[in-house]
Design a protein. Structure first.
Length: 157
């Protein structure tokens, strides 16, 4: 799913909608087979693990569970907002893991998780958003370089 602009739902039906902050970063699918390894893929399909070494411990945080997560890799500014210009300093460092490791301390990346596609061998894309969101939040994925930001039901304006 990609964010697309559109009108807000009317007040009479907005309680059927969940709203999330649109992050300004690099979209990533996170593959966690449950064996302590991780694969990060950009929308192009490129493996981007080497560019973001601070995200690799997520493989340990999820434990033995297998999952495919959808999220956005961001660089946060001083107010905690995603800043694409800051992130651009980190993008493209796949071929330079040593430089990526040095840059991780200067411009840390943070993975904002917003969907759960696969869990413990079960494809979840056929489930309603609310059920997938509940399963995602149930994983308790909050760490030094990743989080599951809240979604708000209703109150779109």
């Amino acid at each position: 799913m990609l964010a697309t602009p559109g009108p807000l739902p009317s007040a009479g039906v907005e309680d059927r909608w969940a709203f999330e902050v649109k992050q300004d970063g690099q979209r990533a699918m996170v593959y966690l087979p449950g064996d302590g390894t991780i694969l990060l893929r950009a929308r192009s399909g490129t493996d981007i693990r080497a560019a973001y070494p601070e995200l690799l411990p997520l493989a340990v945080a999820i434990g033995a569970r297998s999952a495919v997560l959808d999220g956005e890799i961001v660089a946060l500014d001083e107010q905690g907002r995603s800043d694409f210009e800051r992130l651009q300093q980190r993008m493209g460092l796949v071929g330079s893991p040593a430089k990526a490791a040095r840059m991780a301390s200067r411009v840390p990346a943070h993975l904002m998780l917003f969907d759960l596609v696969h869990l413990d061998g079960r494809l979840l894309t056929g489930l309603p958003y609310a059920e997938r969101r509940e399963l995602l939040e149930g994983l308790g994925l909050a760490g030094p370089s990743w989080s599951t930001p809240a979604a708000i039901t209703g109150h779109g304006a």
